[in-house]
Design a protein around this ligand. Structure first.
Ligand SMILES: [Zn+2]
Length: 361
């Protein structure tokens, strides 16, 4: 069962504390997997028990639904701890964080309800969703592993899982299997569970690829320029296109935004009407048109011949705000890899569902 877990770390740097969230897939052994499932069950149990208690308090006392009159997560956790000694002794085998955090989630669900952001909280079902639980407290991270309360050291599944076409074949196969099983049968349920696991795995793989791409850009470049072209076309079969298309362009830009801030580099968003593709990077001449089929830029005036994307990248490096940063690297940042005004290092187009966008660095 692939499970997502987040560990929070603190990084000091020039007097600023940055809280980072890491998302990683765990490679748990058999007994750990069993423990994960039990914790998922415990979290669900605590959530549903707490919800039942809140509803009971409201209905027994004939109270109007109001945030101040129902027991809070702290009240409920105290109550649950007392019941643990008499009614729920099985809970001693598991981390106390799981029910505690589940009750906090329940409080958040009620808060969202009272603020009008969500409907009245519902009971959690064993079916639907992979299930989750949250642990807090003594969590330690070492290269390749993480120590969790009650679960000990769990290996991280960090690398070596970029071969997506293989997953796609498997996905098709599993989808077919599900549709062939009789509705309502336990075999269909099993096939659906396998399919859900694969979907989660693919999501993890793609998110990982996206994070790696944005981290690499933010860490090694002093400026990352993003140009939103906002039109379809400009197809280039970039290796990352699919993973970025999957997670979405806005997520790509969002990650670049906070990561460039971490690493002391800069994200610049260029105007979509800037004719970066049609302008000659040598003499500044602007061509009337630049058909998609032309992979090379040929200047009508000075005769410059250059790769289409590279020419656009050089033009974008002159975008207001970019040149300034290229001259004066941000203090405290990682030594920029490209500080000259000729950022010939990387240029590429990434095609997306929402329309193509260009990145350069
Ligand atoms: Zn020219």
């Amino acid at each position: 069962m692939p499970l997502d877990n987040r560990a929070f770390g603190l990084t000091g740097g020039s007097g600023v504390t940055i809280i980072r969230a890491y998302r990683t897939e765990l490679a748990a052994c058999d007994w750990q997997l069993r423990m994960f499932r039990e914790h998922v069950g415990l979290a669900r149990f605590a959530y549903n028990w707490g919800l039942r208690r809140k509803i009971d308090v409201l209905s027994f006392n004939r109270l109007p639904i109001s945030p101040i009159k129902i027991p809070s997560a702290i009240d409920l956790h105290r109550e649950l701890n007392a019941l643990k000694q008499t009614h729920f002794r099985w809970m001693y085998d598991m981390s106390k964080c799981a029910p505690q955090e589940a009750l906090r989630n329940l409080d958040a669900a009620f808060k969202n309800f009272f603020k009008g952001r969500a409907r009245f909280p519902r009971f959690k079902s064993r079916k639907g969703g992979a299930g989750s639980f949250r642990l807090t407290g003594a969590i330690h991270v070492r290269p390749g592993k993480i120590k969790l309360p009650r679960l000990g050291w769990v290996r991280l599944k960090e690398n070596g899982y970029l071969a997506l076409s293989q997953y796609e074949r498997k996905l098709k196969h599993l989808q077919r299997t599900v549709s062939r099983r009789r509705r309502g049968s336990s075999n269909r349920r099993k096939a659906r569970a396998a399919l859900a696991r694969l979907h989660l795995r693919i999501t993890n793989v793609r998110n990982d690829a996206l994070h790696q791409a944005t981290s690499r850009l933010a860490r090694t470049k002093s400026v990352v320029v993003v140009e939103d072209l906002g039109v379809r076309g400009l197809m280039s079969n970039h290796r990352l296109a699919k993973s970025i298309a999957d997670a979405g362009w806005s997520e790509f830009v969002r990650q670049l935004g906070y990561k460039t801030a971490w690493y002391g580099s800069r994200l610049v968003v260029a105007d979509r009407f800037y004719p970066s593709t049609r302008t000659c990077s040598l003499c500044g001449h602007i061509r009337e048109s630049m058909p998609l089929s032309e992979r090379r830029f040929c200047c009508d005036r000075c005769g410059r011949v250059m790769d289409r994307d590279l020419n656009a990248a050089v033009n974008l490096s002159r975008w207001p705000g970019v040149a300034r940063t290229l001259e004066t690297p941000v203090e405290g940042g990682v030594q920029p890899a490209a500080t000259s005004a000729q950022p010939s290092c990387e240029a590429g187009t990434i095609s997306l569902d929402r329309g193509p966008n260009r990145w350069m660095s």
